[in-house]
Design a protein around this ligand. Sequence first.
Ligand SMILES: Nc1ncnc2c1ncn2[C@@H]1O[C@H](COP(=O)(O)OP(=O)(O)OP(=O)(O)O)[C@@H](O)[C@H]1O
Length: 331
Amino acid sequence: MVARTTRRYYMLGGKGGVGKTSCAASLAVRFANSGHPTLVVSTDPAHSLSDSFAQDLTGGALAPVEGTDSPLFALEINPEKSREEFRTINQKNGGTGVKDFMDGMGLGILADQLGELKLGELLDTPPPGLDEAIAISKVIQFLEAPEYSMFSRIVFDTAPTGHTLRLLSLPDFLDASIGKILKLRSKIASATSAIKSVFGQEVQQQDAANKLEQLRERMVKVRELFRDTESTEFIIVTIPTVMAISESARLHSSLQKESVPARRLIVNQVLPPSSSDCKFCAIKRKDQARALDMIKSDPELMGLNIMQAPLVDMEIRGVPALKFLGDIVWK
Ligand SMILES: Nc1ncnc2c1ncn2[C@@H]1O[C@H](COP(=O)(O)OP(=O)(O)OP(=O)(O)O)[C@@H](O)[C@H]1O
């Protein structure tokens, strides 16, 4: 994982609470200590990178993490804020004012098509995954800036499984919707020059169109990035319980369907061996062993490279603790 110098992206995902953030943060520390300038990004609305690193990394901008050999920066994207930006762009192009105006101009059919897109509704009650799609597209936008060119490893701490699954199909949906809006916009613009009075200045109209086009392009990039076997890997994090393993199997099946490269499964919080077992630990260990056997015989998961992370006796917080975990897991 550390060998190549070209930029690589790692996305860590799984059921809520299994240890995605701890594993993502420990991988980022491992990369930074192996000579890779690294960026760790959280697109989970319930950010916990600051808690994991025991440093204040909030604020939505690049924040340096202290204590690693090579530079390590963290970025917590505020999905709500990103959605607001998207909404502003959308309103300029598809607000009800435009629909009323178009009805008045005898362009009702176009107005209905615009209504069908239901983007306004989508943004009022966003489906899980939309925020993350917009957040990741925001990161892609950042990555085009020169100050980001130094990073050779980018680790994403993603939102829990359900969100991630929907996120995978969202770029296609949004791509199509934005494409339709842009097409409509140009049809409308050529139908009447009076439309300018609704959209305001032509410059502003062009600006909104450009922003939409940019967003569409970024969505396409998100989709491509998730499927690029050369540069990207999705790592599933789980724990040795039947429930978590079943969910991981479903996640892996969906990733495969969407052609997202996934090769590794981290089984976190495995009880370490002990010579003097209490009754509780012995039962728990047996239960975990059964769950681990389930992975080995699961048709979805058996082909993955399985890596175990022990349950440690204290909370993993701060760079030294993350380094300790990372040295065990990321061999
Ligand atoms: N191997 C481990 N040993 C001991 N504690 C662990 C281990 N892995 C994670 N934890 C602890 O479990 C808790 C949840 O971990 P973490 O925040 O990494 O999970 P998550 O999957 O990112 O959660 P969420 O879905 O809420 O984002 C934290 O208190 C963390 O310190």
